[in-house]
Write a protein that binds this ligand. Structure first.
Ligand SMILES: NC(=O)c1ccc[n+]([C@@H]2O[C@H](COP(=O)([O-])OP(=O)(O)OC[C@H]3O[C@@H](n4cnc5c(N)ncnc54)[C@H](OP(=O)(O)O)[C@@H]3O)[C@@H](O)[C@H]2O)c1
Length: 257
């Protein structure tokens, strides 16, 4: 029996991680801002799978929230074996249409919280000689697309760099880069999704199954689904300047409005 801590566990990809890990018999620490929703989730997973599910209410856009989760990860009496840094959000609008405060909030949740929580978790894991961290990025990491893409590019570079630094320590790290996934993400950001073709949408449970398979195989980067693997492979062959233009045009045609 091991314990996994999932940030942003109450919806979308985080909830899919919680369902799958609970079904596999792992105890859970569930992190998000909405306490009522966290408690309902913990009760449901406990009743259905017989696992222990702990609730930790924290806003990862605030220092106090990050510190509370880091303290839980560093608690040597109650070890966490798997950390899933999943909490995240989108901002509607192009650069300068989004307020600087919202851009900074995104960097705090997507980058600063991920750095501080990964550090707290891996220090304890390295001492025990085992553990894993999944940092949820996005395929947006591979195309020039504003603060969201830049923050996810940081997640990929950071995760793969740390994985290299901790190689041989027994601690595995992997960046997960999904394409469009049906979750609450776009609705929360007020983004319309009508013009995104059906074939581009992924199922959160399948994304998680693919991610855990890749983590078990020791991958440091996981791009779930062959369609997105092919798209990202093709993107590598296109010069970066041209990729920016292409991404912006297809983003306007197919991306969230
Ligand atoms: N959906 C996609 O198409 C897609 C594609 C690629 C990557 N991703 C990435 O996948 C991750 C999960 O997104 P999702 O699509 O599953 O989104 P979602 O359905 O909107 O769920 C977001 C989760 O994060 C929590 N959360 C948001 N802000 C938080 C904060 N400041 N502090 C703590 N928890 C917070 C939310 O709960 P509370 O509101 O209660 O805090 C919720 O549990 C994100 O990092 C996102 O960038 C999503």
């Amino acid at each position: 029996m091991t314990t996994a801590l999932i940030t942003g566990s109450t919806a979308g990809i985080g909830a899919a991680f919680a369902r799958r890990l609970a079904a596999d018999g792992h105890d859970l620490v569930l992190v998000a801002r909405d306490t009522k929703r966290l408690r309902e989730q913990a009760t449901e997973l406990h009743d259905r799978h017989g696992i222990e599910a702990e609730v930790l209410t924290a806003d990862l856009a605030a220092d106090a929230g990050i510190e509370a989760v880091a303290a839980r990860l560093g608690d040597r009496r109650r070890p966490v074996d798997l950390l899933v840094n999943n909490a995240g959000f989108g901002n509607k609008g192009r650069y300068l249409e989004v307020s600087l405060a919202d851009e900074l909030r995104m960097l705090k949740v997507h980058c600063e919280a991920v750095l501080r929580l990964t550090s707290a978790a891996t220090e304890a894991m390295r001492d025990r000689g085992r553990g894993g961290v999944v940092n949820v990025a996005s395929v947006a990491a591979f195309v020039p697309r504003g603060t969201y893409g830049a923050s996810k590019a940081w997640v990929v570079q950071f995760t793969q760099g740390v994985a290299r630094d901790l190689a041989g320590s027994g601690v595995r790290l992997m960046a997960l880069c999904p394409g469009f996934v049906r979750t609450e993400f776009h609705e929360r950001a007020g983004m319309g999704t009508d013009n995104i073709p059906g074939w581009m949408w992924l199922d959160a449970d399948k994304v998680v199954a693919s991610a855990l398979h890749d983590l078990a195989r020791g991958r440091t980067l996981s791009i779930p689904d062959p369609r997105y693997k092919a798209l990202m492979g093709a993107a590598k062959l296109v010069p970066r300047g041209m990729l920016g233009g292409l991404s912006s045009r297809t983003g306007r045609k197919y991306g969230p409005q």
